[in-house]
Design a protein around this ligand. Structure first.
Ligand code: B12
Ligand code: SF4
Length: 582
């Protein structure tokens, strides 16, 4: 009888030891986006989505073990009687995968070890990690084929939270959302991009129609009691038919779900902002990359105008820029950092131009002898020092430039959370005006042109009213944090900005209710504790262990353990550092 364990690599994350690095944490916002924003940085962990979608779609009894401690992983291997053990890892975690595979070999020699995930693009991965099988691309089809199951069956969507253990200012007040994994890969073939190369420059849809996406939202929404979702897709709008169908399904059923997703700038232009707003997009991650406009996806687009327009319509923008591009020297890199900041996105990620195994860039740099191959894999993660020869920067300089870029954004525009609060408030006001204007002028939504057009006998736009209510809720979610944002602001301008936004909230929604006041005071108390804790370095929460089994718990929601381990992160902590409960 076959029995499969699918495991992510073991924690702790973000600790400098022989397996990991301080700046390689399991957090998106705190580590890569609102980095250096201290107490203002929202905290959360994203489950390893690939594990769940594979488990949901194979018939072999499967256990998913996400974010295990070393003890939890070894216990599972010892006691689980698994015939197959799948390890999922990215390149910086390959040494963790190596230790796990070696343990399996010793403890359970007959178990078949399968490797998967981005780490499998490492050229000599099988020499580093002992294994029997390697899945280098999409895992659902690979697993079905490997176990002799029907590869053509439709993909069932698992029910999973998009993030767990969510805090802001130390307060667990961020609302829940589900993950919808619509597909993997991208056809845009950017030279540096890991995902386009990993999936053979092709897009593989798990949910190919708008109805499929809608049904997945309904299922996850009912199980998690949410109506907000992260759409895990490199470029959801790249398939306009599916996006249109999704909107049609929501309108037909009177369900105004909201979405956070990724999109290239060219795709946004093609779909139009009115459509995105009606679709319920509230958060967009856009790769702006560089002022030099090196990539087709941003050519000919005025990003300043685009981003401001999105924000005015209530769409929070996370822009992503690249540092240490080939043309960067000590002058042009500042120009690019300043340009990226001048876009005034709510949030700004700076990532390094890192040659990632499997990409065209990696191949080119390898051929040109630019890869620094003696830099250990755990250090190749994109937030500390680069791992290739750059003519204008030493390795130490790259770490410092990256850090300073985040600090500059923070000091220029203040905490990301107040920018988000402002965007949602602006969106609410724009939506309110739009509804009034449409009613006055007799305009109605035209699903063919994706525009509001003059209509013969327009009816009240009930769907837009649902959208207005969702925007109101998105904005109000931020109200309790505004005072803390002001109190811990990095400078006078940010404090003033927080005050100005709080005032606009009062003007728009009236004075705070009793409950809102209570929450605001509670957040202030928790923010104070968080602030004190963070004085010696970043306070890091380890992701909770999630263990879920199929088929016996199929359809049930994978639950995070209640364990709450804290680790104080020090810069360049010595290799002996272990986790310590604080
Ligand atoms: C969500 C995400 C995160 C989450 C964490 C998720 C998690 N629990 O690990 C957060 C935001 C915390 C994060 C952090 C980081 N991330 Co990240 N992340 C992603 C992202 C955006 C999506 C991953 C995902 O869920 N995809 C959807 C699922 C369905 O696809 P998948 O994971 O690839 O799985 C499929 C296949 O790979 C395969 N598969 C996967 N595992 C297995 C296992 C087996 C046995 C088999 C058979 C198949 C298989 O089957 C799956 C289904 O098809 C990707 C980019 C992307 N778009 O993929 C980057 C990405 C994976 N991250 C990357 C990096 C570099 C990081 C950081 C190092 C950044 C940093 N400095 O902070 C940290 C490292 C965190 C850590 N300590 O491990 C790189 C990895 C590149 C590499 N060299 O390997 C990517 C590719 C982004 C990039 N640069 O292009 N990340
Ligand atoms: S558009 Fe984005 S996801 Fe697509 S190849 Fe370029 S960087 Fe990768």
């Amino acid at each position: 009888m076959k029995k499969l364990l699918l495991a992510g690599v073991f924690k702790p994350f973000g600790v400098s030891d022989e397996y990991g690095e301080a700046l390689c944490t399991m957090e998106l916002l705190n580590n890569q986006v609102t980095r250096e924003q201290g107490v203002h940085s929202p905290r959360s962990n994203n489950p390893s989505f690939g594990l769940y979608i594979m488990a949901e779609n194979i018939e072999v009894p499967t256990t998913v073990l996400d974010f295990p401690s070393w003890e939890e992983f070894t216990k599972e291997v010892r006691e689980g009687n698994y015939t197959h053990i799948g390890l999922s890892f990215i390149a910086p975690n390959v040494i963790k995968a190596k230790r796990m595979a070696e343990y399996v070999r010793k403890q359970s020699p007959s178990a078949i070890i399968i490797l998967g995930g981005h780490g499998t693009s490492i050229p000599n991965v099988t020499e580093i990690v002992t294994c029997d099988e390697v899945c280098r691309g999409e895992g659902v089809t690979w697993m079905r084929r490997y176990f002799g199951e029907n590869v053509d069956k439709p993909v069932l969507h698992p029910v999973v939270h998009s993030a767990v253990k969510k805090f802001v200012y130390g307060a667990p007040i961020i609302s829940e959302a589900g993950i919808i994994i619509t597909g993997v890969g991208c056809q845009n073939t950017c030279r540096f991009c890991a995902t386009t190369h990993k999936f053979d420059k092709q897009y593989t849809a798990f949910l190919s129609t708008g109805e499929d996406v809608f049904n997945a939202c309904v299922k996850t929404g009912a199980a998690l009691k949410v109506s907000d979702f992260a759409l895990m897709d490199e470029n959801f709008g790249k398939s306009p038919r599916r996006a249109r169908e999704l909107l049609e399904n929501m309108e037909r059923n009177g369900r105004a779900f909201t979405f956070s997703t990724f999109s290239s700038a060219e795709t946004i232009g093609k779909l139009g902002i009115d459509f995105l707003v009606r679709l319920g997009v509230k958060f967009l991650w856009i790769g702006v990359e560089s002022k030099a406009n090196l990539f087709d996806k941003t050519k000919g687009i005025d990003l300043n105008v685009l981003i401001a327009d999105l924000q005015n319509h209530g769409i929070t923008v996370l822009a992503s820029a690249i540092l240490f591009l080939e043309h960067h020297d000590k002058e042009t890199i500042h120009e690019d950092i300043d340009w990226a900041i001048s876009l005034e996105s709510d949030l700004l990620q700076f990532m390094q131009f890192g040659p990632i195994p499997g990409t065209r860039l990696y191949k080119d740099y390898d051929e040109e002898g630019k890869l620094l191959k003696d830099i250990p894999w755990p250090r190749q993660h994109g937030q500390d020092e680069i791992w290739f020869v750059h003519p204008s920067f030493t390795l130490k300089e790259t770490a410092e430039y990256t850090k300073q870029a985040f600090i500059k954004k923070y000091h220029t525009h203040g905490p990301g959370v107040i920018n988000m609060a402002h965007t949602y408030l602006k969106g609410y006001l724009t939506m309110k005006r739009l509804i009034e204007d449409n009613e006055k002028k007799g305009m109605a939504w035209d699903s063919k042109t994706l525009k509001y057009v003059k209509a013969g006998s327009p009816k009240p736009d009930e769907f837009l009213k649902l959208r207005l209510e969702a925007m109101r809720q998105s904005a109000l979610e931020f109200r309790p944090i505004l005072k803390s944002a002001e109190l811990y602001a990095p400078n006078l301008e940010s404090a003033q900005k927080a005050r100005m936004i709080a005032q606009k909230f009062d003007e728009t929604f009236g004075k705070k209710t009793f409950m809102e006041n209570v929450m605001s005071v509670a957040v202030r108390a928790l923010a104070f504790v968080e602030y004190i804790r963070s004085q010696n370095g970043v306070v890091m929460r380890q992701p909770p262990t999630i263990r879920h089994t199929w088929p016996d718990r199929k359809g049930k929601v994978p639950q995070a353990s209640s364990e709450n381990r804290w680790v104080r992160q020090r810069e360049h902590t010595p290799a002996t550092t272990t986790t310590a409960d604080v």
